[in-house]
Design a protein around this ligand. Structure first.
Ligand code: F3S
Length: 428
């Protein structure tokens, strides 16, 4: 590891105990990766210091508070010391509960108060409580080429692929340390040679909305796993929302952290540029058969067509998605016994509220929630047996986490299920 004088100084303790311990952790991490140096970062997204009460209880001998968790859990330190306020652009990703609708999510007052206390401590450290898996929709959109240190797989793949910024899928420890030091190992997606494609995907069926983009991502992720696909062919309408769903799906069926869409994403003006001289390891076709297989695969977890819960907003909904839900629900009422929860960021909910969408959804019987989602919170309306989803990522995780049945379809299929209580989605 080659350290700059400033990094040496942080590692020696000259910048305080927190910087010393954070550098120690990052040097161990960099050595394990085989990195030779650090890059500087001023865009870090993590979950610093936050913890449920049961985790804090493990540090009861050290005070069992936010500080103890930050030092011993996040920074892997032996003792507890002060954490200085962050001096750069640091934000908190999604958390475990909605700050207003936590009762509906089944949380106790004690859990709510613990979360509120963590939020105050995070804010006091100058970390922005964006509380979302889509920081790029909540005021944190990195610039092309910017070095970041982000957690959350769906955000990472968006950051690398769509924005052309650079991050690996970091963990809680490395992001908390990076917030203090502004350093992250120069490894993986920070380096040009790591960002080139190695699988070619040729799309033969039209892919043009979040339903189709989600299925394509799910199909590709299963095949390429953690490698980099270059996608070409019958793709269109590759907007923010579509790519949000595509990347999240590819990162859940596989571990895709970066992809290239020829002629669309910033590092793939041509097929040749996307591969940059890399050998093509495999040629993958996505046609009608593959599309059908993916749809059936996602719907393997659905049996009963009686739907008692509809969840939208994975990754957290953009304003256009909430507008669409409000339009489909306007003047209607949800089926008795079917709940609708739509998840988004606080930032987007405020806009949706101002535009009247939240009220329309509420009048129909649905709720717009922030900060979390059913998979992260492991929380669904009481008694849920069958859920309907428009997100391949949520379909991948939620039934596995909670042992419930799940249907995957279009947003319209899901809203119809919320209004009728019946699943009628099918592949056209
Ligand atoms: Fe976000 Fe939850 Fe999906 S945190 S990406 S809505 S699993």
């Amino acid at each position: 590891m080659r350290l700059t004088p400033e990094e040496e100084s942080m590692a020696s303790g000259a910048h305080g105990k927190a910087a010393e311990k954070a550098m120690d952790l990052l040097i161990r991490y960099a050595n394990a990766l085989g990195a030779e140096r650090f890059v500087e970062t001023d865009n870090v997204a993590g979950v610093p210091g936050s913890a449920p009460q049961w985790l804090k209880d493990q540090y009861s001998q050290d005070g069992g508070d936010y500080r103890a968790v930050f030092c011993k859990f996040d920074l892997d330190a032996d003792d507890v010391f002060d954490i200085p306020a962050m001096t750069g652009n640091a934000c908190h990703l999604q958390g475990g509960m909605d700050p207003e609708l936590w009762r509906e999510q089944g949380y106790s007052r004690e859990a709510f108060e613990n979360a509120q206390s963590d939020e105050k401590n995070t804010a006091a450290l100058n970390v922005k409580n964006l509380k979302t898996c889509t920081p790029y929709l909540a005021g944190n959109e990195p610039k092309f080429g910017e070095h970041c240190a982000w957690m959350e797989s769906s955000a990472v793949v968006y950051c690398n692929s769509v924005l052309g910024a650079r991050t690996n899928t970091e963990g809680r420890e490395s992001t908390s340390a990076a917030m203090i030091t502004h350093r992250i190992p120069d490894w993986g997606f920070h380096r040009d040679e790591f960002r080139l494609g190695n699988h070619l995907v040729e799309v033969d069926v039209p892919v043009n909305n979040i339903f189709e983009w989600g299925m394509l991502g799910y199909y590709i992720g299963e095949i390429v796993q953690e490698e980099i696909p270059v996608i070409d062919g019958a793709i269109s309408n590759a907007g923010l929302v579509e790519l949000k769903h595509f990347g999240a799906a590819a990162a859940s069926s596989g571990g895709v952290e970066m992809y290239h869409l020829v002629g669309v994403t910033p590092e793939a003006p041509t097929r040749e540029k996307a591969f940059g001289g890399n050998q093509i390891k495999s040629r993958i076709r996505y046609g009608a058969d593959e599309r059908r297989r993916t749809y059936d695969n996602l719907n393997i977890r659905g049996r009963s067509t009686e739907v008692d819960y509809v969840m939208l907003g994975c990754p957290h909904a953009a304003i256009g998605q909430i507008e669409e839900a409000a339009r489909l629900l306007d003047g209607k009422k949800l089926n008795d016994g079917t709940a609708l929860w739509i998840f988004t960021s606080r930032y987007v909910k405020a806009e949706a509220q101002a535009k009247g969408y939240v009220d329309i959804i509420k009048q129909a019987g649905g709720l717009v929630m922030t900060d979390t989602c059913s998979a992260i919170a492991q929380s669904v309306p009481k008694g849920t047996k069958v859920v309907a989803l428009d997100s391949a990522k949520q379909t991948h995780y939620l039934p596995a986490f909670l042992g419930i049945e799940a249907w995957f379809g279009t947003t319209e299929d899901c809203i119809n299920a919320a209004l009728t209580g019946k699943w009628r989605g099918e592949l056209s």
